[in-house]
Design a protein around this ligand. Structure first.
Ligand SMILES: Nc1nc2c(ncn2[C@@H]2O[C@H](COP(=O)(O)OP(=O)(O)O)[C@@H](O)[C@H]2O)c(=O)[nH]1
Ligand code: SF4
Ligand SMILES: [Mg+2]
Length: 396
């Protein structure tokens, strides 16, 4: 990611799917005008999904996902197909590539059906039209470039409404408002910088013509005192919720970064409802804690250390089995869990967060969020949801 580009989770994700050798990678290259994908006439060359961020005009910043074929063979192949299918859950717009010489087979029909179920808009495109023509279909040739402009226009048309128009905090504040942000810096915080949810929140405040001050919990009392003006909002890192709530006077609205993010990307109302499950956990119950970061856990040890400790305390030392997943990992089947607790998901796109939420809803498993769970266990959930009346209703 270059320094001035948009975070990839904020971009529209365009996935290319189809049988091996249909020309998916060739079309990706033709559409992007770059050699993003490896093209080969040896079937199964694209072994893992390849992702690339780029500007796709006239649409703007996107992520292109080139996947292996739906017909990859053997045990390894089956795994790759599974990974390709998981990419579907991150896809805002799908391009289904059919070899015009071969036409649509059962797998393509199944894929199209699945796209319909998941309400993912898709484009069915017949490639290799320099070799065979398909009547009444969108025909392209990655080789000659025929139809590629039309395909790009169609992608842009379907992708435009998929751009996230929700805001992190802008709808809660006005020009001239003042916001205090609390971010503890402990040994698990990344060195020398702020993490993405904090950066995005600050940016959204700036975009609103409001201003913010950032401090650690230790400095909060003094900061509030010296301000001389009541802040519109205090936003804290969830891990300091308990401490911070004691410092911030009751008449000042208090919420957390991760509550703002579940509202922005996921389903805050569902997360609010899910918190009550923390009071019902029994010996032997399984809880899934899931995080969106892959390599560097930006949210530090909240998910691996702080939350499990809080849960143990909250349940009075009950034997709760806690599983942890991070990055793109999220179990296909969550029915074995009594509760899922997810981070704010700032590194995931909205579709992925909503898909995870739907997996939980389908399996009747309550799902909540880091900030919501921590606020609940500190007895301050009502207070931290005060700016969101719809979510508050879920607590009654
Ligand atoms: N004639 C012709 N060959 C193509 C076209 N698109 C791809 N190919 C060839 O089909 C083979 C498979 O292409 P590739 O993009 O790797 O397919 P993938 O497996 O779907 O990613 C390669 O030999 C390409 O050169 C096309 O539009 N016309
Ligand atoms: S994806 Fe989750 S764990 Fe990673 S920085 Fe964002 S909120 Fe924190
Ligand atoms: Mg390929």
């Amino acid at each position: 990611m270059s320094l001035n580009s948009r975070p990839s989770a904020e971009r529209v994700h365009i996935g290319f799917f189809g049988m091996r050798n249909a020309g998916k990678s060739s079309i990706v290259n033709a559409v992007t005008g770059q050699n993003v994908a490896i093209v080969s006439d040896f079937a199964g060359t694209t072994t893992d999904p390849v992702k690339k961020t780029m500007e796709l005009l006239p649409l703007g910043p996107v992520v292109i996902i080139d996947t292996p074929g739906l017909d990859d063979e053997g045990e390894l192949g089956a795994m790759r197909v599974k990974r390709a299918m998981r990419e579907l859950n991150r896809t805002d717009v799908a391009v289904v590539v059919v070899d015009a010489q071969k036409g649509e087979n059962e797998q393509i029909k199944k894929l199209v059906q699945l796209l319909g179920q998941k309400e993912i808009p898709y484009i069915l495109v017949y490639n290799k039209c320099d070799l065979a023509h398909a009547e009444g279909k969108l025909c392209v040739s990655a080789k000659t470039g025929e139809g590629i402009e039309q395909l790009k226009a169609e992608i842009a048309r379907l992708a435009a409404p998929k751009q996230n128009t929700k805001r992190v905090v802008a709808d809660l504040i006005e020009k001239g408002d003042f916001v205090v942000l609390v971010t503890p810096i402990d040994e698990s915080a990344p060195k020398g910088r702020l993490i993405l949810p904090q950066q995005q929140t600050i940016r959204d405040i700036l975009d609103s013509g409001a201003s913010s001050i950032v401090c650690q919990p230790e400095e909060l009392a003094d900061t509030l005192k010296t301000l001389g003006k009541k802040p519109k909002l205090v936003i804290t890192d969830s891990q300091a919720f308990g401490r911070v709530s004691k410092i911030v006077p009751e008449d000042i609205t208090l919420t957390s970064f991760s509550i703002l993010f579940v509202r922005y990307k996921g389903d805050l109302n569902f997360a609010a409802r899910g918190a009550a499950q923390l009071d019902k956990l029994q010996n032997g119950d399984r809880v899934l804690i899931s995080e969106g970061c892959t390599h560097h856990r930006q949210c530090g040890d909240i998910g691996t250390v702080k939350l499990p400790a809080l849960i143990r305390k909250h349940t009075g030392g009950k034997e709760i089995r806690i599983d942890f997943t991070s990055g793109g990992d999220f179990p296909e089947d969550v029915s074995g869990y009594k509760l899922i607790i997810h981070c704010g998901g700032c590194m995931l796109n909205e579709r992925e967060m909503l898909w995870r939420t739907r997996c939980a809803m389908d399996a009747n498993v309550p799902m909540t969020n880091y900030g919501v769970a921590i606020a609940h266990m500190n007895g301050i959930l009502r207070r931290s949801l005060a700016p969101f009346p719809e979510a508050l209703k879920e607590l009654d």
